[in-house]
Design a protein around this ligand. Sequence first.
Ligand SMILES: [Zn+2]
Length: 228
Amino acid sequence: MDAAPNCAICNAPAYPECPCESERLQIAVKQAEARAMDSRLAEIRDWVISHARKHILNAFERLTSTRKQAHAAYLASLPNYSIYMQYSGHPPLHPFLLGQLQAQISEAHAELKRGIDADWRASVVRYPEVLDYFYSLVEVRLPSDRAQGVSQPPFAVSGYVDKGYELSTTTKEKKKSRRDRDASSPPERDRRSRREPTKEDHSYTVVGRTRVPPMVPTPPIQPGNMRR
Ligand SMILES: [Zn+2]
């Protein structure tokens, strides 16, 4: 006899499989993900952007500062430049010399401006690389399966009692092997499996679909449909 429970949504028999449960699960996962991750992702994004921007601006400042020093050194090296500055741009020079100097100064200023523009472009095009770098510093950590919060989630404390999961002692060995298998693979792999902390060993057990469904339904898991 096939004791697999009917679809929790439309009550159709377990086989052939209807898409209701996996569709609801996908919705539930999207919603849970948004609740859990949206604000954290926004925080990470702000952090990455602010550090990338600071780095780009600092690098640009260093480039332009070197360029401005070279520019100042070049101007100081021009003949008559000091007297030109001393007379605030109106030195008592022959008009030909003055015109020549003004042209050199003007060209140097234009060259500095072109250089600064190029420095800025070169800095800004590095954003993808710099953003990648700062994103790479962000750690996303999954807890160990042995962590207490994972092996003993506090649902029972808050009134969530997984009734209907009772296991007979005759299935202990099976239970253990299923649990071991579950520990080594993502939970989605265990089709419609459910977990509960047992009173004896406070570890997880996995119960297949042949068990009585829980009083409080959890989102059923159908990896085949999830991978579509
Ligand atoms: Zn259905």
